[in-house]
Design a protein around this ligand. Structure first.
Ligand code: 5GP
Length: 194
């Protein structure tokens, strides 16, 4: 088991509805030493890429992506969730359905901060059905920028997102892939990774 899998086994909680709660160390209270290690691990995995910007989605992606951006020495940009329908032409917009809240949000990124020639590493805390990633990818593509890859902290491998995004031709690196989890026993099974 890698450092993250060990931490998930120690402090993660399996909830009903295919939800893994990691709010004691990842997305509510954050263990900063762990964040630093996550940042370094993404830098190692994407060391062959010359990244110019890290992109994530608010809110829980921001803290994690900050450590990745620091490792690459590039700005962190985050897509904002917006309820407003009247978005002026200064924004890239995508519609994202939230896995945890079951509602749809428009997410927006200012055209001032993303454009042709940028090489973008997308970071998020979880990959479930892939809606959040697909929204971020569509924003990068509509800016004429390039997706260098997607870095995910925890992929739930029993949901379709990972397969869909990889089948679209994007490189997805997940630090932990959960292949099965049982809300009754709390047992979590990870996919073997090289
Ligand atoms: P997707 O768009 O891939 O269906 O879901 C990804 C988003 O939903 C992530 O940004 C994350 O915030 C949230 N999410 C999905 N599954 C889980 C989960 O099991 N636990 C937590 N805490 N968040 C999740």
């Amino acid at each position: 088991m890698n450092f993250l899998e060990e931490r998930i086994v120690k402090d993660g909680l399996v909830k009903s509805g295919n939800v893994l709660k990691v709010d004691s160390f990842l997305n509510h209270q954050m263990d900063i030493a762990l964040m630093e290690e996550i940042g370094r691990e993404f830098k190692r995995r994407f060391s062959d890429k010359s990244v110019t910007k890290v992109l994530t989605i608010e809110a829980s992606g921001i803290g994690i992506a900050a450590f990745v951006a620091k490792e690459f020495g590039v700005p962190l940009l985050f897509a904002k969730k917006s309820k407003s329908i009247n978005i002026d032409g200064e924004m890239y917009v995508a519609e994202v359905e939230s896995f945890t809240h079951k509602n749809k949000n428009q997410v927006i990124v200012s055209k001032r901060f993303l454009g042709v020639g940028e090489r973008v590493l997308i970071i998020d805390d979880f990959l479930a059905n892939g809606c959040a990633l697909q929204g971020l990818i569509s924003i990068v593509e509509s800016a004429g920028a390039t997706v260098e890859g997607c870095g995910i902290v925890i992929e739930k491998g029993f949901q379709i997102g990972g397969r869909v995004i990889r089948n679209m031709g994007y490189r997805v690196e997940s630090l932990a892939i959960v292949d099965a989890m049982d809300a009754e026993t709390g047992v979590i099974t990870f996919r073997e990774q090289k």
